[in-house]
Design a protein around this ligand. Sequence first.
Ligand code: KDG
Length: 323
Amino acid sequence: MIDVVAIGESMVLFQPTDGEKMVYANQFSQSVAGAETNVLIALSKLNRPVRFISQVGNDPFGERVLQTLRQEQVDTTFVAVTDQASTGIFFKERRPLNDPLVHYYRKGSAASRLTRKDYRSLWLKDAKHLHVTGITAALSEESFLLLKETMIAAKQFGLSVSFDPNIRFKLWDKDTAKTRLLELLPLCDVFLPGEQELAFLFPKLTEQAQIEAVKKQGVAVIVLKRGSRGSGCYFLDEHIERAPFPVDQVIDSVGAGDAFTAGFLHVFLDLNKQTLTKPEMDRALEVANAMGAYMTQFKGDWEGAPDRATLSELLGEHALTDR
Ligand code: KDG
C-alpha cells in the first residue's frame, strides 16, 4: 500500500558553494529539488511509503533525480525516461536579507511534456492519498490537463487529495494562474495556501469571506500557512490557530512550506475524515509547524526533514539518547 502519490517535476538544483552571487560564483553544489518530491521525501523519512509520477530526460540530470529519489525510498516505478527532452534544472541564489532568488531552466523540460495520453490508472492503484501543487499546473497546458484528470481520477478511486497552490509567478502570468488554480480547487479535499496566495485567488475579501469562498467549492479542510506567525485550519464549522514553532534565525526558507505540508499530511492520513476533531487538527498543525520551522534551519530544500525520532524530540516527546 502506498500512503501518498504525487505528480510533478523534480529538478537538479545548483547553488553557489560559498553563497556568493551567481554572477561571481565559480563552484556550485548539485542536489535535487521540487515541491512535490520535497513533500514525498519528508514523508518517506517518517516511514511513509510514497510514489512519484513524472518524467525525466535520458541524461545525467535525470539519472541524478532518479538516484536521489530511490536513495530516499521514493517509488519511481512511474517516472518515465525520455529521449525527446531534457531534465529541468534550476539555480538558487542566496540573498542575505531576503528569501533566495530562483533561476529556472525548465521550459519544455521532460516533466512538462507529460500529456493526458500518458495517464495510467495504475499510478493511483493501492494508494490512499494524492498530493499536488500549482507548480505542475504551470508547466504547460497539457501538464495542467493531466493534473486535472489525475485529481478527478483520484477522487473517483476514493483517494483523499491535497492541493498546495505554490504560486510561482516566474512560471505563468497572473490571469492564467488564477483561472487554472480556481479550476483545480473543487477537486481537492485539503487546500494548503499561504495567506498571500489565498488573497491572490480571492482578492478584496476578509479572511472569513475567502474561507467561505473556498468552502463553497466543496473543499473540506483549509490549512492556512502564516509563515512566522504559525498556521490556522478551517474544517467543518471549526477554526483553530496554532502559534509558530520558535526558531532563532532562518537559514533557508525554501522547502519549509513543503515540510509543513508533509507534517500536516503525516497526521491527517491516519484520521477518520468524516469525524475530524479540534484536538486532532491541532495536533496536525503542531507537527506541521514544527517540521516547517525545522526545515528553515537547513540549506537544502528537503535534506533537513526530520526522521520520526527527531520529530518526537522536536515535539518534546522524547529525548535523544545518543550521548
Ligand atoms: O517549495 C520549494 C520548491 O519551490 C523548490 O524545491 C523548487 O519545485 C520547485 C519550484 O518549482 O520552484
